[in-house]
Design a protein around this ligand. Structure first.
Ligand SMILES: [Mg+2]
Length: 218
């Protein structure tokens, strides 16, 4: 029986992919001023390079700086732009909020997310999830990140439960699922319609969306 659920944030509790698309569009409009066809290609390239946010941010920002010299931005300035603007495109989802409100009667609900404190706290605020989660553990604030065992052990100590009493729910096969399983926790993968990578440690369950979690827990 689970006592705690550790939720990833981006593309698990809110649609980070939609927010990134809007951000990329806004970035092109503000910084590149391209004709429509080139803008289309730039958007496509930005979304591919971002790789659902899985690509390390330093690498991503360096790539943007090289790919779009017309923006006249160094990687550090692109990171600033990203931190300042991306969270503003995160939208709350009332269906997720309602599900969390119901689950909170049965489980401790904790966010377990990779990223900078500034970025992730702002996204939490924009997604209006603060009232539904007991605590948010952000890798940039604790000094370890998923998939490393230390951050899962830290989360278990915050939750005050053992590995077999906690469930991890996330969309990133490597950070969320492999990390959780290697730390001895059960894990549900949020597929969003994607196929699970071959050769990786398998999740205990595949959910299309986080909204399918309640049915699986019932
Ligand atoms: Mg995620």
């Amino acid at each position: 029986m689970f006592r705690a659920i550790l939720f990833d944030l981006d593309n698990t509790l809110f649609d980070r992919q939609a927010a990134f698309r809007l951000y990329a569009n806004d970035f092109c409009r503000r910084r590149l001023h391209l004709p429509p066809l080139e803008q289309e290609q730039a958007l496509h390239d930005l979304i591919a390079a971002d790789d659902w946010g899985y690509r390390p941010r330093v690498e991503f920002c360096e790539w943007v700086s090289r790919r779009f010299p017309a923006a006249e931005l160094q990687a550090g300035e692109i990171w600033e732009d990203f931190c300042q603007h991306l969270p503003t495109f995160v939208e709350p989802d009332s269906r997720v909020q309602e599900m969390l409100a119901r689950l909170a009667d049965r489980f401790q609900l904790i966010a377990l997310t990779n990223g900078s404190g500034r970025n992730q706290q702002e996204k939490l605020r924009r997604a209006r999830l603060g009232d539904y989660l007991q605590k948010a553990i952000v890798s940039g604030e604790v000094g370890f990140e998923k998939p490393h065992r230390e951050i899962f052990e830290h989360a278990l100590s915050v939750a005050g439960c053992s590995a077999d009493e906690a469930l991890v729910v996330g969309d990133d096969p490597r950070a969320d699922i492999v990390g959780a399983k290697q730390a001895g926790l059960k894990a549900c993968w949020v597929s969003l319609g994607r196929c699970y990578p071959a050769g990786m440690i398998q999740p205990d369950e595949v959910l299309f969306s986080v909204l399918d979690l309640e049915r699986w827990l019932a």
